[in-house]
Ligand binder design. Structure first.
Ligand code: G3P
Length: 219
C-alpha cells in the first residue's frame, strides 16, 4: 500500500518524507490556494520544489475544463519533472484528455470520482490512478469505503492496471479500512499518517521500561 500526503505544504511534505514512509504527494487547486500559491510561474516553481523533496508521484491538477486547455496545461505540468502525474477531473473532456495522455506515456490521476461507473470509465481511458473521495461521500451519508471496495473488486475482475487512490481520507480508521479493502494508495493529511503512531499502551509501556531500567541502574 502506498502512502501519499494530501497537501501543498513543503514542511509537511518534508516531515512525512523524513519518516521514510512517503510514496508521493497529491495537491489540488484548493490546497495550492491554502499555501498562497498563484500565478503560472509560482505554481510551476512550487511543483518543482515538491518534486525535489519526494521520490515520485506528484499529482498536479489542471485548471482548464475543456479538452484543448487540459492538454495544453497537462503537457506544461508534465514538463516540470518526470515525477509529475497530471490530475484531471472526471468530466467528459477529462476522459478524452486521459486517453490522450495515456497514448503519450504521460501518467494521469482522474479526480473527483464518486461512483463505480466513473471509475470504470477512467480505467478504460487509461488513467494511472483514480481518486474516489471517501470523506466527502461519508459527509452525505454514503459509505466511502464501500465505494473503494467496489472499485478494487471491479478492477481485479478485469485486470485493469489503474491504481485505486483513496482520497479525502480524514482519519486513521479511514486509512485502516482502505487497507482492509485493498486500496492501492491512500492520500491524507500528515496528521492521519502520524496518528497511526499513537497508542496509550505504547506510551505507558515505554515509560515503565525506562523507569525499571533507571531503578536497576540505581538512578
Ligand atoms: O484528496 C482530495 C482531498 O484533498 C479532499 O479532501 O477532506 O477536502 O474532502 P477533503
Amino acid at each position: 500500500m502506498k502512502f501519499f500526503i494530501d497537501t501543498a505544504n513543503l514542511n509537511e511534505i518534508k516531515e512525512a518524507y523524513d519518516l521514510g514512509v512517503l510514496d508521493g504527494v497529491t495537491t489540488n487547486p484548493s490546497l495550492m490556494a491554502k499555501e498562497g500559491i498563484s500565478g503560472e510561474a509560482n505554481v510551476k516553481a512550487h511543483y518543482k520544489a515538491i518534486c525535489d523533496i519526494v521520490d515520485d508521484n506528484v499529482s498536479a491538477e489542471v485548471i482548464a475544463t475543456d479538452y484543448e486547455g487540459m492538454i495544453r496545461e497537462g503537457k506544461e505540468l508534465a514538463k516540470i519533472d518526470n515525477k509529475i502525474v497530471v490530475k484531471i477531473p472526471m468530466i467528459k473532456d477529462g476522459i478524452k484528455a486521459i486517453k490522450y495522455f495515456h497514448n503519450e506515456g504521460i501518467r494521469t490521476n482522474c479526480t473527483l470520482i464518486f461512483s463505480a461507473g466513473q471509475a470504470i470509465l477512467a480505467a478504460k481511458a487509461g488513467a494511472s490512478f483514480v481518486s474516489p473521495f471517501v470523506g466527502r461521500l461519508d459527509d452525505i451519508s454514503f459509505d466511502g469505503i464501500d465505494l473503494i471496495e467496489q472499485i478494487v473488486n471491479i478492477y481485479a475482475n478485469y485486470g485493469f492496471a489503474t491504481q485505486v487512490l483513496a482520497a479525502s481520507v480524514r482519519h486513521s480508521m479511514h486509512l485502516i479500512k482502505c487497507a482492509e479493502v485493498g486500496a492501492d494508495v491512500v492520500t491524507c493529511p500528515l496528521k492521519v499518517i502520524t496518528g497511526l503512531l499513537k497508542h496509550p499502551l505504547t506510551d505507558s509501556g515505554l515509560a515503565q521500561f525506562l523507569a525499571d531500567h533507571a531503578k536497576a541502574a540505581g538512578k
